[in-house]
Design a protein around this ligand. Structure first.
Ligand SMILES: [Zn+2]
Length: 108
């Protein structure tokens, strides 16, 4: 098997894990973080991270650091989709939200 510089085994496993979540129904336009709230891209409704529905979490590594993907459900339109939070966003101050969603994913 060829090894590519800058790419890790983790990347392909991660891509596969994301595909599995999409296949499991988390295939909406997804979610975003805005002003410390989770926003559903489908219906534009926002919810406090502490009240959000988190079904699962993935972690991945890039050159920039650790990123997270959360499989979430919208409490307003019931869309299911993914929220990607990369290492850059983490550095930008969403660390609290990631920690909160992480604990909700564990409780799910
Ligand atoms: Zn929605």
């Amino acid at each position: 098997m060829a090894e590519t510089a800058g790419d890790t085994m983790g990347t392909s496993l991660f891509t596969e894990a994301v595909s599995q979540l999409e296949a499991a129904g988390y295939d909406s336009m997804g979610f975003a973080v805005e002003d410390a709230r989770i926003v559903c891209v489908e219906c534009d409704a926002s919810v406090d991270p502490s009240a959000s529905q988190v079904a699962a979490m993935l972690r991945y590594e890039t050159d920039a650091g650790e990123g997270h993907v959360f499989a979430m459900g919208c409490t307003n339109c019931e869309a299911r989709g993914l929220l990607f939070i990369g290492a850059e966003a983490l550095a930008g101050g969403v660390g609290d939200i990631v920690g909160l969603l992480e604990s909700r994913a564990r409780d799910a």
